[in-house]
Design a protein around this ligand. Structure first.
Ligand code: PLP
Length: 368
């Protein structure tokens, strides 16, 4: 086990670093927004997969609980909060059984969009002697999982309501197809359209005599649109806490709070340097990362272990210098790392394990 470095200088690269103060400001701004109005925040753990960050989000207030995308995330944060939503379909070996085990420690609710998924969940909960909550998952336009709003959703809700050991809690619909639209008016209009299907379906359930306490959706790009629509009860935003350059284009009131730290390993000519943070440490699915605090520097290529950066003619960058890259996509970048180095300026004040990164269920004891 290595000792914790005292400052940025001692951090082995590539590494993830957090500006603790900027992150706290993001957490505070979002909590303040949801302190008024009828809707609450349910921060999404998938963005950071880090229990210490989830703990701080909950401590800031305005939260109904936490959102997770996987059973492993829920297991990592179950000790922090009594109300966990897995905003995803849960199917696969052992997963419903793990959810049933979690339901002994916290109220757990899961998205459902099929009778087959519902049956597995119901059986596992019944065998474990627990009840598990369910939200009917609606396709509000992203065309990923989810049933159509309206009668299809109502029919599935009736099946959920009748299933043993499952409690119908409401509906969810994630407007992922519009959260990062750069034009505010277009984002707002299309979000309203998407949320209309969700809220209308919630009313249909209630009119049909079914329970629908939870109407869940929303993300970082739509938190202040969906979060002010009558009938939406909670917002599942995640990226706001650390931000990325994709969301950075939207002019949201959140600051960049994390970077991939790298070291210049080569300075092949006057116009170029090469840093050791390639795409094994920062993803490029939303575009190449940006360079922080280096005027005129641009990442032009990411290979496995190398980021190639072009530099302006007068650049004095040298081999051994530190370079901060601003990732274009928070969640999958963080998923590549084991820990966050937490910074106050140049000082390392803590190291937080990214406990739910990767696929923790495979961390089983190796034989031999
Ligand atoms: C189901 C669901 N809800 C909410 C979010 C919100 O995330 P973000 O804050 O990154 O927009 C996501 C992101 O992918 C998601 O998949």
């Amino acid at each position: 086990m290595r000792d914790r470095p005292a400052s940025v200088e001692g951090i082995p690269t590539p590494a993830l670093v957090i500006d603790a103060a900027a992150m706290e400001r993001n957490i505070r701004r979002m909590a303040d927004f949801f302190a008024t109005g009828g809707c609450r925040l349910r921060p999404h753990v998938k963005a950071h997969k880090t229990p210490e960050i989830a703990r701080r989000q909950l401590a800031a207030g305005s939260c109904t609980g936490l959102t997770c995308a996987t059973v492993s995330e829920a297991e990592a944060v179950a000790g922090l909060c009594g109300d966990i939503l897995i905003a995803n379909e849960v199917v696969g070996p052992g997963k419903c059984e793990r959810v049933a085990a979690l339901a002994r420690r916290a109220e757990v609710t899961i998205a459902v969009d099929s009778e087959a998924g519902l049956e597995r969940r119901s059986d596992a909960a019944r065998r474990a002697g627990v009840t598990v909550g369910a939200l009917v998952d609606l396709n509000v336009g992203q065309t990923r999982c989810g049933v159509a709003p309206g009668d299809d959703a109502l029919a599935l809700a009736r099946r959920v309501d009748a299933a043993p050991a499952v409690v119908l809690r409401g509906v969810m619909g994630y407007e992922g197809h519009v959260v990062s639209l750069p034009d505010r008016a277009e984002r707002e209009g299309r979000t309203r359209l998407a949320m209309d299907g969700l809220v209308r379906t919630a009313r249909l359930l209630t009119a049909g005599g079914l329970r629908c306490d939870v109407v869940s959706g929303g993300g970082t790009g739509t938190y202040d649109i969906s979060g002010r629509i009558e009938g939406v009860t909670e917002i599942q935003a995640g990226s706001y806490v650390l931000m990325d350059s994709d969301y950075g284009r939207l002019g949201l009131p959140f600051e960049d709070a994390f970077w991939v730290l790298g070291t210049v390993v080569s300075r092949p000519d006057a116009s170029r340097c090469v840093v050791d943070s390639g795409h094994k440490s920062t993803t490029k699915d939303h575009g190449l990362p940006l360079v922080k605090d280096l005027e005129g520097a641009t990442v032009v290529a990411l290979n496995d272990e190398h980021a190639t950066i072009t530099l302006p003619p007068a650049s004095r960058v040298q081999v051994g210098d530190r370079v901060y890259l601003r990732p274009s996509h928070t969640d999958p970048t963080i998923n590549l790392h084991d820990v966050f180095y937490v910074l106050d300026g140049e000082r390392v004040i803590d190291v937080w394990p990214i406990a739910a990164r990767g696929y923790p269920e495979h961390r089983i004891a190796a034989s031999g």
